[in-house]
Ligand binder design. Sequence first.
Ligand code: ZN
Length: 106
Amino acid sequence: MPKCPKCGKEIDCLEYLAKEYWHAKFFVDDDGYYDYDDWDYCDTDEVIGWRCPECCETLFHSEADAIEFLWDGKPCPFIHEDGVCDIDGDKCVGERFPKCRNKYRI
Ligand SMILES: [Zn+2]
């Protein structure tokens, strides 16, 4: 299990933080009371980062770095016995492991 480089604790996941917008219907009734209804949210693509669940320090700013950290140096699961990645057309299905060095081996 990987260890947090900030606090040294073993962690098996990261906390993902991203900004999102909330929207709701806002109305005032006949008695002058206001309220909100139909709450929903939408993403903004504003990613803050992936942080340690123990110390809350932001450790990574890219998904690729977060994947590599949690995968913790284990070999790419998409590499066959012949050492070649599983390829779908020109696209390596190992894209789940963006930093796999064998990605473009064929
Ligand atoms: Zn930590």
